[in-house]
Design a protein around this ligand. Structure first.
Ligand code: KG4
Ligand code: ZN
Length: 393
């Protein structure tokens, strides 16, 4: 089957078209089209993502991104559509809060052939609610106009499942033989959590941050060091420079909650420690590199310690790490080095670099599993939910 997926939860407008085959035990995905527009340059000016700005950019970009994804999948063909009576009005009503999108949408879809896809998947949450709504309304409009079923996807499940992919050829990936229980460590700008599943796709929250998400801490530390948004990759670059020189680090930072008997995290104290060391000081380049490294070391140690605790608690045999922060070279290194010693029975999955950040491929992956169960969303009922959680409880 072919699935078109839409992602607008934060600052990436993304649409992907995937050919999906197989079942829950063994699935195969081929990327037919993948278009993504990052708003990073726009948000950089403000030093972070403002929901209203993100929403406006998604509304502006969704139609061109749709056309680009269809074109790449060789599904963009000219045709003149005649809409059933009342349909344009229904679409206009649906998109009334997205005025830029409304006109561009009808102008575009009225001149293209209905593509050969079987369903439309969209991120329903979690994320920035105004941003999510644009994608959800756009997906509803496509579902109505093309008469295709709609699938609501949890963004965090997208991060989890896309971590489990293995390469199987050009633009082709497999997801199979996952040993249960599964533990997911989800680390992004908005989330830091551990979820376990004894049964495929039935998640239970094991632990989460009590304050800042780890990506948020990276972004804030970056700002303290005078680095641009998004700060994660910038902090990582500085820290790696210090690691290359393998110098001793004069900075020692706390590892909050590392010894507590639960799987929760806290990153705000760590961030505040960096603040004390930087406030009112003119740091040299060397000091910035050392601080970035000390911060990254502390964050990695805590993430590893809590994931390790959760593995012991749940008896998980598979660990999937997902979310934007899973791009971090040091965090990847720490897990790859320590896990085989401490938990030799556990298979570790970290996504390929191009899948770590937000994208629509992962939304299609998760959407496929709902399609297998015919778990479709009701167009009139589906709502964007900024706080959507992965666990049922
Ligand atoms: O998953 P994601 O793209 O968006 C959210 O759903 O939040 O994650 C974005 C977060 C940002 O905080 C960004 O700074 C962080 O991921 N990030 C990194 C790295 N690349 C992105 N953090 C640390 N090291 C990186 N290499
Ligand atoms: Zn994300």
């Amino acid at each position: 089957m072919k699935l078109l997926a839409i992602e607008t939860s934060c600052d990436e407008t993304a649409i992907a078209i995937l050919e999906c085959e197989g079942d829950e035990n063994a699935a195969r995905f081929t990327i037919l089209g993948n278009a993504l527009l990052s708003q990073i340059e726009i948000h950089r000016e403000f030093g972070g993502v403002f929901p209203a700005v993100a929403k406006r950019e998604h509304a502006k970009n969704l139609v061109p991104i749709l056309e680009a994804a269809l074109e790449e999948a060789e599904m963009l063909r000219e045709d003149r559509q005649t809409f059933a009576e009342g349909l344009p009005e229904r679409i206009a009503k649906l998109l009334e809060r997205e005025p830029d999108l409304d006109e561009a949408f009808l102008a575009s879809v009225s001149e293209m052939e209905v593509p050969d896809i079987d369903a439309i998947a969209v991120t329903a949450g979690p994320g920035l609610e105004p941003a999510l709504w644009v994608g959800v309304n756009f997906a509803k409009a496509l579902s109505i106009i093309w008469d295709k079923p709609l699938i609501a996807v949890n963004h965090m499940e997208g991060h989890t499942l896309s971590a489990l992919l293995t390469e199987a050829g050009e633009r082709t990936y497999e997801l199979k033989d996952v040993q249960m229980p599964l533990l997911a460590l989800l680390i992004s700008g908005g989330h830091t959590e551990l979820d376990a599943a004894n049964v495929w796709r039935e998640y239970q929250l094991i632990g989460q941050t009590r304050d800042d998400a780890v990506g948020e801490a990276f972004d804030k530390v970056a700002r303290m060091l005078g680095l641009p948004y998004p700060g994660g990759p910038e902090v990582s670059k500085l820290a790696e420079r210090d690691r290359e020189d393998s110098r001793t680090n004069p900075y020692k930072l706390p590892r909050p909650m590392i010894d507590t008997n639960d799987c929760d995290f806290s990153f705000s104290g760590l961030k505040t420690s960096v603040l004390y060391l930087t406030k009112g000081k003119e740091l040299t380049e060397l000091e910035k590199e050392q601080l970035a490294r000390a911060f990254e070391d502390a964050a990695s140690d805590v993430l590893y310690a809590k994931a390790s605790k959760a593995l012991a608690q749940t008896g998980a045999l598979t660990l999937a790490i997902g979310g934007g922060v899973s791009a971090n070279a040091h965090i990847r290194r720490v897990f790859r080095e320590r896990l085989p010693q401490d938990h030799p029975e556990v298979s570790l999955f970290i996504p390929s670099a191009f899948l770590t950040g937000d994208n629509a491929i992962m939304i299609a992956i998760a959407g496929f599993y709902s399609w297998l169960r015919k778990d479709f969303a009701d167009i009139d009922e589906l709502k964007a939910n900024g706080n959507l959680s992965l666990s049922a409880s």
